[in-house]
Write a protein that binds this ligand. Structure first.
Ligand code: HPA
Length: 233
Protein backbone atom coordinates (compact mmCIF):
# COMPACT_ATOMS: atom_id res chain seq x y z
CA UNK A 1 0.00 0.00 0.00
CA UNK A 2 1.09 3.55 -0.66
CA UNK A 3 -0.49 6.57 1.03
CA UNK A 4 -3.28 6.98 -1.55
CA UNK A 5 -3.36 3.60 -3.31
CA UNK A 6 -4.47 0.44 -1.51
CA UNK A 7 -2.92 -2.10 -3.91
CA UNK A 8 -0.61 -4.90 -2.80
CA UNK A 9 2.80 -5.09 -4.50
CA UNK A 10 2.43 -6.65 -7.96
CA UNK A 11 -1.29 -5.87 -8.28
CA UNK A 12 -0.72 -2.98 -10.71
CA UNK A 13 0.49 -3.65 -14.28
CA UNK A 14 3.50 -1.82 -15.71
CA UNK A 15 1.14 0.05 -18.07
CA UNK A 16 -1.62 2.17 -16.52
CA UNK A 17 -4.41 4.02 -18.34
CA UNK A 18 -5.47 7.13 -16.45
CA UNK A 19 -8.92 8.60 -17.11
CA UNK A 20 -9.72 11.55 -14.84
CA UNK A 21 -13.00 10.02 -13.72
CA UNK A 22 -12.79 6.85 -11.57
CA UNK A 23 -16.20 5.72 -12.90
CA UNK A 24 -14.75 5.87 -16.41
CA UNK A 25 -11.89 3.69 -15.19
CA UNK A 26 -14.54 1.18 -14.03
CA UNK A 27 -16.36 1.43 -17.36
CA UNK A 28 -13.17 0.85 -19.38
CA UNK A 29 -12.18 -2.09 -17.14
CA UNK A 30 -15.60 -3.70 -17.32
CA UNK A 31 -16.14 -3.22 -21.04
CA UNK A 32 -12.63 -3.65 -22.47
CA UNK A 33 -10.63 -5.90 -20.12
CA UNK A 34 -10.97 -9.55 -19.02
CA UNK A 35 -10.21 -11.11 -15.57
CA UNK A 36 -10.63 -7.72 -13.90
CA UNK A 37 -9.53 -7.19 -10.28
CA UNK A 38 -10.16 -3.93 -8.40
CA UNK A 39 -6.95 -2.85 -6.65
CA UNK A 40 -7.97 0.51 -5.23
CA UNK A 41 -10.97 2.07 -3.54
CA UNK A 42 -9.12 4.63 -1.38
CA UNK A 43 -10.97 7.98 -1.73
CA UNK A 44 -13.16 6.35 -4.37
CA UNK A 45 -10.30 6.60 -6.88
CA UNK A 46 -11.07 3.21 -8.40
CA UNK A 47 -8.25 1.22 -9.99
CA UNK A 48 -8.45 -2.10 -11.84
CA UNK A 49 -6.06 -4.58 -13.41
CA UNK A 50 -7.13 -6.97 -16.15
CA UNK A 51 -6.13 -8.42 -19.50
CA UNK A 52 -6.49 -7.03 -22.98
CA UNK A 53 -5.74 -10.12 -25.07
CA UNK A 54 -2.50 -11.36 -23.57
CA UNK A 55 -1.47 -7.95 -22.24
CA UNK A 56 -1.81 -7.19 -18.53
CA UNK A 57 -3.01 -3.61 -18.14
CA UNK A 58 -4.29 -1.41 -15.32
CA UNK A 59 -6.72 1.49 -15.45
CA UNK A 60 -7.20 3.96 -12.63
CA UNK A 61 -8.80 7.36 -12.10
CA UNK A 62 -6.40 10.29 -11.73
CA UNK A 63 -8.90 12.84 -10.45
CA UNK A 64 -9.07 16.34 -11.90
CA UNK A 65 -6.13 18.72 -12.17
CA UNK A 66 -2.37 18.47 -11.88
CA UNK A 67 -2.26 18.18 -8.05
CA UNK A 68 -4.57 15.14 -7.96
CA UNK A 69 -2.98 13.40 -10.94
CA UNK A 70 0.51 14.08 -9.54
CA UNK A 71 -0.20 12.27 -6.28
CA UNK A 72 -1.25 9.12 -8.14
CA UNK A 73 1.52 9.29 -10.75
CA UNK A 74 4.21 9.71 -8.08
CA UNK A 75 2.92 6.69 -6.17
CA UNK A 76 2.32 4.53 -9.27
CA UNK A 77 5.89 5.10 -10.43
CA UNK A 78 7.76 5.14 -7.11
CA UNK A 79 5.83 2.49 -5.16
CA UNK A 80 4.45 0.21 -7.89
CA UNK A 81 7.11 0.38 -10.61
CA UNK A 82 4.77 1.63 -13.35
CA UNK A 83 6.71 2.43 -16.54
CA UNK A 84 4.01 3.54 -19.02
CA UNK A 85 1.28 6.04 -18.18
CA UNK A 86 -1.41 6.92 -20.68
CA UNK A 87 -3.95 9.57 -19.82
CA UNK A 88 -7.24 8.86 -21.58
CA UNK A 89 -9.30 11.93 -20.82
CA UNK A 90 -11.55 14.64 -22.11
CA UNK A 91 -10.65 18.10 -23.34
CA UNK A 92 -12.16 21.31 -24.65
CA UNK A 93 -11.50 22.25 -28.29
CA UNK A 94 -9.65 25.53 -28.90
CA UNK A 95 -9.72 25.30 -32.71
CA UNK A 96 -12.83 25.66 -34.90
CA UNK A 97 -12.13 22.51 -36.93
CA UNK A 98 -12.12 20.25 -33.85
CA UNK A 99 -15.52 18.73 -33.16
CA UNK A 100 -17.07 16.80 -30.26
CA UNK A 101 -15.66 13.26 -30.24
CA UNK A 102 -12.47 14.12 -32.14
CA UNK A 103 -9.29 12.62 -30.71
CA UNK A 104 -6.06 14.50 -30.05
CA UNK A 105 -2.63 13.04 -29.26
CA UNK A 106 -0.97 15.62 -27.03
CA UNK A 107 2.55 16.27 -28.29
CA UNK A 108 3.35 19.03 -25.80
CA UNK A 109 1.57 20.70 -22.91
CA UNK A 110 1.76 24.44 -22.25
CA UNK A 111 0.32 25.43 -18.89
CA UNK A 112 -0.67 28.23 -16.53
CA UNK A 113 0.19 25.96 -13.60
CA UNK A 114 3.10 27.14 -11.49
CA UNK A 115 4.21 23.67 -10.41
CA UNK A 116 7.11 23.74 -12.87
CA UNK A 117 8.01 27.37 -12.18
CA UNK A 118 8.33 26.33 -8.52
CA UNK A 119 10.29 23.22 -9.43
CA UNK A 120 12.68 25.00 -11.80
CA UNK A 121 13.26 28.20 -9.84
CA UNK A 122 11.10 30.44 -12.04
CA UNK A 123 12.31 29.00 -15.35
CA UNK A 124 10.13 27.28 -17.95
CA UNK A 125 10.10 23.55 -18.62
CA UNK A 126 8.62 22.06 -21.82
CA UNK A 127 6.43 19.03 -20.92
CA UNK A 128 6.55 16.67 -23.90
CA UNK A 129 5.01 13.31 -24.82
CA UNK A 130 7.18 10.22 -25.11
CA UNK A 131 8.02 10.01 -28.80
CA UNK A 132 7.74 6.19 -29.11
CA UNK A 133 4.30 6.18 -27.51
CA UNK A 134 3.18 9.13 -29.62
CA UNK A 135 4.35 7.48 -32.82
CA UNK A 136 2.85 4.10 -31.85
CA UNK A 137 -0.47 5.72 -30.97
CA UNK A 138 -0.51 7.55 -34.29
CA UNK A 139 0.15 4.31 -36.16
CA UNK A 140 -2.35 2.30 -34.08
CA UNK A 141 -5.06 4.89 -34.68
CA UNK A 142 -4.43 4.63 -38.42
CA UNK A 143 -4.68 0.81 -38.31
CA UNK A 144 -7.88 1.04 -36.22
CA UNK A 145 -9.36 3.57 -38.65
CA UNK A 146 -9.59 6.23 -35.94
CA UNK A 147 -8.82 9.76 -37.10
CA UNK A 148 -6.52 11.65 -34.73
CA UNK A 149 -4.93 15.11 -34.58
CA UNK A 150 -1.45 15.56 -33.13
CA UNK A 151 -0.18 18.79 -31.64
CA UNK A 152 0.42 21.09 -28.73
CA UNK A 153 -2.28 21.70 -26.15
CA UNK A 154 -2.84 23.57 -22.91
CA UNK A 155 -3.19 22.30 -19.34
CA UNK A 156 -5.06 24.79 -17.18
CA UNK A 157 -5.28 25.03 -13.40
CA UNK A 158 -8.81 26.39 -13.66
CA UNK A 159 -11.97 25.09 -15.28
CA UNK A 160 -14.01 28.22 -14.54
CA UNK A 161 -12.15 31.33 -15.70
CA UNK A 162 -13.26 34.95 -15.07
CA UNK A 163 -12.31 36.02 -18.58
CA UNK A 164 -14.45 34.19 -21.18
CA UNK A 165 -11.80 34.88 -23.85
CA UNK A 166 -8.82 33.52 -21.85
CA UNK A 167 -8.24 30.63 -24.28
CA UNK A 168 -7.91 32.76 -27.43
CA UNK A 169 -4.22 33.58 -26.89
CA UNK A 170 -3.39 29.86 -26.62
CA UNK A 171 -5.55 29.09 -29.65
CA UNK A 172 -3.71 31.79 -31.62
CA UNK A 173 -0.44 30.01 -30.85
CA UNK A 174 -1.78 26.69 -32.13
CA UNK A 175 -2.89 24.88 -28.96
CA UNK A 176 -5.47 22.35 -30.14
CA UNK A 177 -7.32 21.70 -26.88
CA UNK A 178 -7.32 22.41 -23.16
CA UNK A 179 -7.61 20.13 -20.17
CA UNK A 180 -6.12 20.11 -16.68
CA UNK A 181 -3.56 17.31 -16.27
CA UNK A 182 -1.15 16.62 -19.13
CA UNK A 183 1.59 19.16 -18.23
CA UNK A 184 1.90 17.49 -14.82
CA UNK A 185 1.88 13.98 -16.27
CA UNK A 186 4.61 14.68 -18.84
CA UNK A 187 6.83 16.45 -16.30
CA UNK A 188 6.67 13.68 -13.70
CA UNK A 189 7.16 10.98 -16.33
CA UNK A 190 10.29 12.75 -17.60
CA UNK A 191 11.64 13.06 -14.07
CA UNK A 192 11.10 9.35 -13.42
CA UNK A 193 12.37 8.35 -16.89
CA UNK A 194 9.11 6.55 -17.71
CA UNK A 195 6.87 6.90 -20.76
CA UNK A 196 3.76 9.05 -20.90
CA UNK A 197 1.17 10.08 -23.47
CA UNK A 198 -2.19 11.84 -23.26
CA UNK A 199 -4.86 10.65 -25.66
CA UNK A 200 -7.72 13.12 -25.41
CA UNK A 201 -11.30 13.18 -26.65
CA UNK A 202 -13.02 16.49 -27.29
CA UNK A 203 -15.99 16.75 -24.90
CA UNK A 204 -16.76 20.41 -25.45
CA UNK A 205 -15.71 23.34 -27.60
CA UNK A 206 -14.68 26.73 -26.27
CA UNK A 207 -14.99 27.99 -29.85
CA UNK A 208 -18.61 26.96 -30.55
CA UNK A 209 -19.93 26.31 -27.04
CA UNK A 210 -20.97 22.77 -28.08
CA UNK A 211 -20.87 19.99 -25.48
CA UNK A 212 -21.00 16.20 -25.73
CA UNK A 213 -24.29 14.37 -25.28
CA UNK A 214 -24.28 11.20 -23.20
CA UNK A 215 -24.47 9.22 -26.47
CA UNK A 216 -21.37 11.00 -27.81
CA UNK A 217 -19.57 10.19 -24.57
CA UNK A 218 -20.24 6.49 -24.71
CA UNK A 219 -19.39 6.15 -28.40
CA UNK A 220 -16.27 8.23 -28.57
CA UNK A 221 -14.64 7.75 -25.16
CA UNK A 222 -13.92 4.08 -25.80
CA UNK A 223 -11.97 4.97 -28.96
CA UNK A 224 -9.15 6.65 -27.05
CA UNK A 225 -8.93 3.64 -24.72
CA UNK A 226 -8.79 1.36 -27.79
CA UNK A 227 -5.76 3.27 -29.05
CA UNK A 228 -4.10 3.13 -25.62
CA UNK A 229 -4.77 -0.60 -25.25
CA UNK A 230 -3.48 -1.30 -28.77
CA UNK A 231 -0.08 0.16 -27.86
CA UNK A 232 0.13 -1.23 -24.29
CA UNK A 233 3.00 -3.67 -23.86
N1 HPA B 1 -11.53 23.10 -19.81
C1 HPA B 1 -10.70 22.45 -19.00
N2 HPA B 1 -10.68 21.14 -18.94
C2 HPA B 1 -11.52 20.45 -19.70
C3 HPA B 1 -12.40 21.07 -20.56
C4 HPA B 1 -12.41 22.47 -20.61
O1 HPA B 1 -13.17 23.07 -21.36
N3 HPA B 1 -13.13 20.12 -21.18
C5 HPA B 1 -12.69 18.95 -20.71
N4 HPA B 1 -11.71 19.14 -19.82
Amino acid sequence: MSIHIGAEPGQIASTVLLPGDPMRAKFFAETMLADVVCFNKVRGMLGFTGHYGDKRVSVMGSGMGIPSLSIYVNELVDEYGVTTLMRVGTCGALQPDLKIGDIVLAMSASTDSHVNRLRFGGMDYAPTANFDLLMSAHEAAHVLGIKVRVGGMFSSDTFYEDDPDWWKLWAAYGALVCEMETAGLYTLAAKANVRALSILTVSDSLVSGAAATSEDREKSYSKMAEIALAIAE
